[in-house]
Design a protein around this ligand. Structure first.
Ligand code: 5AD
Ligand code: SF4
Length: 464
């Protein structure tokens, strides 16, 4: 039992991918992964502290550890709560032996050796000023078709509400050469979709000075065998026009940009230290809308930031109407330890925050209901992700990252009832649009170019 581990991950895509690297590192050190806590000698929680709810979940789980105490199990807390709370975690949960933030994962093999030697208070908390990134060739990717590559770690933006600069440390990019080596290896393993990750992915600066962010996107998009390249999350301040140009010029770059605005009011943006205005953001939106491709735009928003007036909130509502986002992830402001906003009076009552959140989401649903309509009748390339057997539908994702539920009942002249393999790409004609997904029917019509027509029922293959 001693060399077995169980890991649970909270939070963002970066955390999920960090866990893939941590799992690879543990396996390299001779540990075997198990799927439940009872069978594990080492239990790891990779945690998130972006909002109080995420953090509470972690402490709730930590409390549950108690019942396993005394069974000889060891516990490790990783990630953002680990970095934020540090050694205080040992006080709250004395059965925890290791506390490490993401900037220290490079040292995991050494920390694991100390754990095995019986040390009871191991910390990885002092690396936030490092220039080094966590690179490993042992990443265990959970999805065999879509793979993540962290190209930039940390954050130097210090938005007034955000814990990330304090939990993930200084901004540091990997070299373009190392990103390309990893991407090529993934192609050799059969991955067709690569997603670049970074808290501010487009703030990427190649330390060797060889490539810009847009050039790196294109270089990976042009690797033979790559069908889709995504990137998340972008920051408006570093959003340059060559990114739009790269998407226009390179069909494998997905037609989706997630560009969080946070608020439609310039006054609130200033208080948030976002360092752009509403107009400046809208100019970037116009670049995207002027593209030849229909590029889907999505955003994050915070309601109830300290000092947000009704008039400020109204500007957020008019902004979503102007931009016509395809999705908005909206959150009530949550004061976070160490951040400048925690010292501002959290002046908006929770009921008002809830009401603003509801108004925003209602408005956004209306927009999506209407705006998704543009896809009716289109043929879209869909990557198969899963099946919904109760509805007899295949579930996939479009290049724009929209969920497409579709049926495969006819291929050419043949009537079929079949399930194309997970990871395959099919042309799908959109027959219905709902506020959160598209519904369609797989097609092999001649006008379904640029897709390779499927010849036979058995030919559900990745269309390269
Ligand atoms: N309160 C509420 N939402 C927050 N976010 C980040 N920090 C906070 C906070 N303190 C939201 C932002 C960010 C997304 C990942 O989470 O909208 O883009
Ligand atoms: Fe959560 Fe932010 Fe840390 Fe991701 S980077 S795990 S969202 S706190």
């Amino acid at each position: 039992m001693s060399k077995t581990f169980y890991i649970e991950t909270f939070g963002c895509q970066m955390n999920a991918h960090d866990s893939e690297k941590v799992i690879g590192t543990l396996e390299q050190q001779g540990y075997a992964r198990v799927q439940d806590e009872d069978a594990a000698g080492l239990i790891l929680y990779n945690t998130c502290s972006i909002r109080d709810k995420a953090e509470q979940k972690v402490f709730h789980r930590l409390n549950e550890y108690k019942k396993l105490q005394g069974e000889g199990k060891k516990f490790a807390v990783l990630g953002c709560v680990a970095q934020q709370e540090g050694e205080k975690i040992f006080e709250k949960a004395p059965y925890v032996s290791m506390v490490a933030g993401s900037a220290s994962y490079r040292n995991l093999p050494e920390m694991l050796r100390r754990l095995e030697a019986g040390e009871e208070r191991i910390t990885g908390l002092d690396d936030r000023q490092t220039d080094l990134t966590f690179e490993t060739e042992f990443t265990v990717r959970s999805n065999p078709h879509r793979g993540y590559i962290t190209i930039i770690e940390g954050c130097d933006k210090f938005c007034a509400y955000c814990v990330v600069p304090y939990t993930r440390g200084k901004e540091r990019s990997r070299t373009a050469a190392s990103v390309l080596v990893e991407a090529k290896k993934m192609v050799d393993l059969g991955f067709t979709e690569i997603q670049f990750l970074g808290q501010n992915v487009n703030s990427y600066r190649d330390p060797s000075g060889r490539m810009s962010f847009a050039e790196l996107l294109v270089a990976v998009g042009e690797l033979p065998g790559i069908r889709r390249v995504r990137f998340t999350t972008s920051h408006p301040r570093d959003f340059t026009r060559d990114i739009v140009q790269a998407i226009d010029d390179t069909p494998t770059l997905c037609d989706h940009i997630h560009l969080p605005v946070q608020s439609g009011s310039t006054a609130v943006l200033k208080a948030m230290s976002r360092e752009y205005t509403r107009e400046w953001y809208l100019e970037r939106m116009s670049w995207i809308k002027e593209a030849k491709r229909d590029i889907s735009i999505t955003s994050d928003m915070i309601v109830g930031f300290p000092g947000e007036t009704d008039a400020d909130f109204e500007e957020t509502i008019t902004l979503v109407g102007e931009v016509k986002y395809d999705a908005v992830f909206a959150f009530k402001f949550s004061p976070r330890p160490n951040t400048p906003a925690v010292t501002m009076a959290d002046s908006i009552p929770d009921e008002v925050k809830s009401e603003r959140l509801r108004i925003l989401m209602d408005r956004q649903r209306e927009i999506q209901r209407e705006h998704y309509g543009r896809h009716l009748g289109e043929v879209q390339e869909v990557m198969v992700e899963s099946y919904n057997s109760s509805r007899n539908q295949v579930v996939g994702r479009s290049s724009q990252n929209k969920t497409v539920n579709f049926t495969v009942s006819r291929i050419g002249t043949q009537i079929v009832q079949a399930q194309p393999p997970i990871g395959s790409y099919l042309p799908v004609r959109i027959t219905q649009t709902l506020p959160n997904c598209l519904v369609g029917e797989a097609t092999a019509d001649a006008d379904a170019v640029p897709f390779v027509p499927i010849q036979r029922v058995s030919d559900f293959v990745v269309l390269n």
